[in-house]
Design a protein around this ligand. Structure first.
Ligand SMILES: NC(=O)c1ccc[n+]([C@@H]2O[C@H](COP(=O)([O-])OP(=O)(O)OC[C@H]3O[C@@H](n4cnc5c(N)ncnc54)[C@H](O)[C@@H]3O)[C@@H](O)[C@H]2O)c1
Length: 416
């Protein structure tokens, strides 16, 4: 009987499993591999030893907190040559931040001027969500590959246009969140594909907290996160939707309910600290999903809960349940596995402390996205964070909000 075995690791899971490309989703052939694969298609054509020239659009909280430090890890082969922010002084602050490893960075307040003058190899779009599509579109039309923060766009028409432009010009367009590029999700994908515990039939996930207004370290304006076009699904439920679809494939049908749980918020940090902001879009959203492959999914996205101890992800196979009860922000947090047994032997019970076989995850999710984008531009990795996947997740979100409004279930229009 497995019983409780703290510290046990399922290293055996990585044994000889098949590695299909499920529903067109590619993943690394060996999650423990460290060797460099050559994928020349997206490699930037440049003289040997010339660093990749990056432009940052949107120099706010996440740029300083995550992206600029993440890019500095790649300073041997990457430099920031341009920082653009429409708010006076913001781009200069970013230029100052990267000065130690990117001394040639120039500040811009105008995106068109940056795209015309900076001779970029790549851009990272870190503007607020409602601007993602227009900024990425301008970058692609200027012939520059893009990594966009989530969501890819606000409408499917915008996402289609971005994908069409990138494809017509043969430009790389990748989108956060980088769930599918993490070793943990490549490992989970292999577990699912192995059928070791039977088919994966149900995924239950949640992302529930008070949202960015309660985040004391936040330096931006949290108002957009409580309004139409963002809300808890676009802000953070989207991480779970990427995870659920990475494992289960595309969604066929969406049913959702939403409500405003807390109509006003007091901002706890940043320049608006102490201000009261209105909540104008549902801050509790419950979604039921039916996947094309026949499985089901359920997601709670909330920015109106004080906290939760519920697992952030549970995978229900026919012969086992895998549960992630730990800190959702801890890239190394372990899972528990309940092994079921129909036989008279009664070999059923929880195994705790299950995690990736070594080596551990190299980076948290945002930093994984940056490393993956750089590796694709160097011709070392095949793109995993595809715009088609991001468009499908946007489709699921939009259908969810339609369902909140009209009380019906809605079929998706896209796949990946
Ligand atoms: N803050 C985080 O920890 C975090 C984490 C993951 C993802 N994100 C995502 O990153 C994006 C940015 O979030 P943030 O928290 O940094 O917001 P923010 O408001 O702090 O920063 C956005 C910046 O974009 C600038 N901007 C607005 N319009 C612009 C334009 N047309 N051209 C150039 N710059 C423009 C703003 O002046 C601001 O400085 C959002 O999509 C958010 O969901 C944020």
């Amino acid at each position: 009987m497995p019983g409780d075995r703290p510290g046990a690791r399922l290293a055996i899971i990585a044994e000889d499993v098949p590695q299909p490309d499920l529903a067109g989703r590619a993943y690394a052939s060996d999650v423990s591999a460290t060797s460099v694969t050559i994928e020349p298609r997206w490699a930037v054509d440049r003289p040997p030893n010339r660093k990749l020239r990056f432009g940052i659009v949107g120099c706010g909280d996440v740029a300083h907190r995550r992206y600029l430090p993440a890019l500095s890890e790649h300073a041997a082969g990457v430099e920031v040559v341009a920082c653009c922010d429409s708010q006076p002084g913001a781009a200069e602050r970013a230029v100052h931040t990267v000065d130690g490893w990117s001394p040639r960075a120039t500040a811009y307040t105008d995106l068109a001027a940056m795209l015309e003058q900076a001779n970029l190899d790549a851009t990272i779009n870190l503007t607020p969500a409602p601007l993602h599509a227009s900024v990425s579109q301008a970058c692609l039309e200027a012939g520059v590959p893009v990594f966009s923060e989530k969501p890819i766009a606000a409408t499917l028409a915008e996402a289609d246009r971005l994908i069409h432009t990138a494809s017509a010009r043969d430009l790389l367009l990748l989108c956060a969140p980088a769930i599918a590029a993490t070793r943990r999700f490549q490992w989970l994908n292999q577990i699912v594909a192995s059928q070791r515990y039977g088919p994966l039939t149900l995924v239950v996930a949640q992302y529930a907290d008070p949202g960015p207004a309660a985040w004391r370290e936040y330096t931006g304006d949290p108002t957009p996160f409580y309004g139409a076009g963002v809300g808890p699904v676009v802000d953070h439920g989207i991480y779970r939707l990427h995870a659920m679809t990475a494992l289960m494939g595309p969604v066929r049908r969406v049913q959702a309910m939403g409500a405003i749980g807390k109509p006003e918020r007091v901002v706890r940090g940043g320049p608006l600290a102490g201000a009261t902001i209105p909540v104008t879009a549902p801050d509790h959203v419950l979604m039921n999903l039916e996947f094309v492959g026949g499985g089901l999914g359920q997601l709670l996205s909330s920015s109106a809960t004080a906290s939760t101890l519920a697992p952030w992800l549970e995978l229900h196979f026919t012969g086992a349940t895998m549960s992630f009860p730990g800190d959702q922000y801890d890239k190394d947090s372990s899972a528990s596995l309940y092994l079921d047994d129909d036989s008279a032997l009664g070999l059923e019970g929880w195994v705790h402390g299950i995690g990736l076989p070594p080596p551990l995850e190299a980076r948290p999710v945002v930093e994984t996205g940056v490393a993956h984008f750089v590796a694709c531009l160097r011709g070392e990795e095949k793109p995993l964070l595809t715009a088609e996947h991001a468009r499908h997740v946007l489709d699921v979100i939009l259908k969810g909000y339609e369902s909140v409004r009209d009380g019906r279930s809605h079929d998706t229009e896209t796949t990946f």
